[in-house]
Design a protein around this ligand. Sequence first.
Ligand SMILES: [Mg+2]
Length: 229
Amino acid sequence: MKDTGLKAVGFDVDGTLIINIGYCWETFHDRFGVSQKIRKRLKGRYLDGQITYKQWGSKEIAIWRELGVKRDDFIAVIKSLRLVDGAIETLNVLRQTGLYLFILSGTVSIILEEVFPTHASLFDRVAVSHILFDDAGRPVDFDPGHPLRMERENKAAELESLCQETGFAPEQVAFVGDNDNDVGVLRASGLGIAFCPRSKNAACAADAVVEIPDLKYVLPHILKRVARQ
Ligand SMILES: [Mg+2]
């Protein structure tokens, strides 16, 4: 019989591990005053395939640089964000259970470094993007990370990459996410959990929906599906 017991759990960041946020890029744009018209034009060019994800991120960062935004301004925005309730406790339980834990997110590393500085010790793999700053604190470039060797923002394809690398089958992986960009990976994984979903599509794509904003409520769904050791 095929072993579909869970061996790994992945998490989105914006709106899942970190709250008071939908997508961090939108939050930064809102706070730095970038017009909807400019954002829509760039997003459209990306969606039409005219620019890559890396080029899209680099262009947005160039806009912030031209506006005179510095690293401290990002930090000021990040101060309004916080780690979701129950995060540490939940991640510790999952680790003790022997599950491989990973982050798969379009967020940027500066957010995790500020809000969740101990994250590296809790996760086996962290796949996020990076804003690069110069010595004066100006944002100068974008590194999409590519830790899973795929174009970013296709989380289902990134899950496939992770599975090839680790030897897990997608059915042995649970994923916790909240928004439209999680739909593919929620469907592709063995247990998709929509956590306080901001998107109806994410809720529909998931096997379970948790509406209480405390991460420990994902535990019962995951633990009953854990592989027998
Ligand atoms: Mg999210």
